[in-house]
Write a protein that binds this ligand. Structure first.
Ligand SMILES: Cc1ncc(COP(=O)(O)O)c(C=O)c1O
Length: 288
């Protein structure tokens, strides 16, 4: 690894500054990667984004596909659109999370129903999810708070009864596993954030892993105004926009940072694990 300072070297802190909780981790290789991109023709969405998506899939998404976007919030909005959520639909979300989990529902006119969190795990309470379910519920969103996975079997069992998707907010959980499966390969949609203090940072950025390959062309269009960019690159200049899209793509500058962190992800994760006193959940005890 190439660091200016070892990751565990605490910065000097003065009493008046309070306690420093987070430092962005920027590998030296990220600086080299960004410099290389800045010397190239592609600084927007180009080959580095494609490479980052491919390597991210290999690491986290199992048989799925990864779509890189400008933030974790973009990734969540994209997931909610791809899940087919419409104005007036209801979704169940944990009451304890970042605003980003819910704000896209306000863009969409989707009704948020807050489920309590379990006081021990701070993750969504399965019994309360069950109590909130009704015919208007069109998705369950769960957040792996602090990187601790939710009880996915239980949430999937409820979702299956109602034939609706589970959408995972894994902003805190790259590298986490649930019963031997990677977070990122379990649910139809899993979102990651590369905001400044996350495991992998691109300044701001996000990724959506999608298990249903038939949704990928739509995901790519929605990320780019609703335009089929691949057709455009093949020389088709008519831009028929048949659905509302957004400007949600990642740039090669960000992807170069993301790739560098991905390449040293094992060290990043083990450093974070060293800082944590883990708790054991029922399902972890059962499977060991
Ligand atoms: C749980 C959770 N969800 C979503 C987000 C949003 O991600 P972003 O800031 O990349 O949009 C964050 C953090 O920023 C988060 O902590």
């Amino acid at each position: 690894m190439h660091h200016e300072k070892p990751m565990n070297e605490m910065p000097v802190m003065h009493e008046s500054e309070g306690i420093v909780l987070f430092h962005p981790h920027v590998p030296e290789r990220a600086i080299e990667g960004v410099t290389e991109v800045l010397h190239s023709r592609w600084i927007g969405q180009g080959p580095k984004v494609a490479q980052f998506e491919k390597e991210f899939t290999q690491r986290f998404a199992g048989a799925g596909t990864s779509i890189a976007v400008g933030s974790g919030t973009d990734a969540l909005h994209l997931a909610y659109i791809l899940a087919g959520l419409k104005p007036g639909d209801q979704v169940i979300v944990p009451v304890f999370t970042c605003t980003a989990t819910n704000i896209p529902f306000l863009y969409m006119g989707v009704i948020v129903r807050f489920a309590d969190v379990d006081p021990e795990t701070l993750n969504i309470s399965v019994p309360h999810v069950r109590a909130l379910m009704n015919e208007k519920t069109k998705a369950i969103v769960c957040v792996h708070y602090g990187g601790l996975p939710c009880d996915m079997d239980e949430l999937h069992a409820i979702a299956k009864e109602y034939n609706i998707p589970v959408i995972e907010d894994a902003a805190h959980a790259p590298g986490a596993t649930y019963k031997g499966k990677k977070i990122g390969e379990i649910s139809p949609f899993t979102m990651y954030s590369f905001q400044a203090i996350k495991h992998i940072t691109t300044g701001d950025g996000g990724m959506l892993t999608i298990q249903d390959h038939s949704l990928i062309p739509m995901a790519e269009r929605i990320r780019w105004f609703g335009i089929d960019r691949s057709n455009k690159q093949k020389g088709t200049w008519e831009n028929d926009i048949t659905e509302v899209g957004y400007k949600y793509q990642m740039t090669d500058i960000s992807a170069a940072m993301g790739l560098a962190s991905l390449h040293e992800f094992d060290d990043i994760l083990s450093h974070r694990q060293k800082l944590l006193k883990p708790i054991k959940l029922d399902w972890q005890v059962r499977t060991e």
